[in-house]
Design a protein around this ligand. Sequence first.
Ligand code: F6P
Length: 359
Amino acid sequence: MARDSKRLGILTGGGDCPGLNAVIRAVTKSACRAGWEVRGILDGYAGLLEGRYCTLDNDAVSNILTLGGTILGTSNRADPFAVVVGGKKVDQSDVVMRQMEQWGLHCLVTIGGDGTQFIANRLSQKGVRVVGVPKTIDNDLEGTDVTFGHDTAVFNATEAIDKLHTTAQSHHRVMIVEVMGRYAGWLALSCGIAGGGDIILIPEIPFTIDAVTKAIQERRSQGKTFSIIVAAEGAKMEGGKMIVRQRVKDSPDPIRLGGIGNWLADQLRGHLTAEVRVTVLGHVLRGGVPTAFDRILASRFGARAFHCVQSGHFGKLVALRGKDIVHVPLSKAASKLKLVPLEHPLLKTALQVGTSFGK
Ligand code: F6P
């Protein structure tokens, strides 16, 4: 890697999320002002392995602040430490080192969730100068209070729940809303509270069909003829397993969830007289324009990431702690997922307003 160069590479990895472009813009604008060149690596680590990039400058990042997705493209299959060649996984991290040398890159800014930062941390251990920026609508990254993208997903989900409320009420139905969130229930919990969900099912609190049925019947006995259930895709029954929709071979992210909503509906139909309907919000949650909160957070993260580059703080993840933007060791984000602690104040709030967790 080019020690004295003033050229950095930036990539977006894993699932897309609103605010990615705001980070790209903030890094590029700060870098250009300081006389640095920026290479946008296309499609995450895949572009780094295959030598694909575009040049980023003030013009290239003009008008992208409000744009969802990522102008660089992304991939959640490419892992330089496990590239599939002839059916076998091969460590091609040296290709990354050579590519960076050839492009004259001083360092890398990696914008992504747990998978992306896990790889970034391994590259850092190999001597690559890396700064990570935490992204994911799931908000499950350790090291930061909040990831950007989460607020937009909560907003999108809440809007959908608001709309489902009126139709649930009119038809006296039980509406199950399935939202993303594989191992952590932050999204379901937040949009469940904001949207007034009656039952919230999250991966951290395994539920029972009895308790869910009872909560619905209790509402009925109080004259409430409809109920809204918000279920994270990773929610599971006590003693049960998450519902896996697809297994993806040769991916750092080998399972895709989905199906808990329909599965739960089938279980409940045997116990309830009310009609049950299911809405799976899926990828809609991470599409569209970022909220003002996410635009601000992403811009602060991007500016801080370039500050880390300039001040030589590598092997770090930029993070939000309270109101401050800080940087923490990248290994922190790479080590484990941030789940909802069982004593978290949001759980208490939900319980106090009568929400059931199906337990
Ligand atoms: O990490 C965010 C997330 O939205 C998860 O909640 C979800 O399971 C996953 O991405 C799905 O992503 P994709 O369909 O792109 O693989």
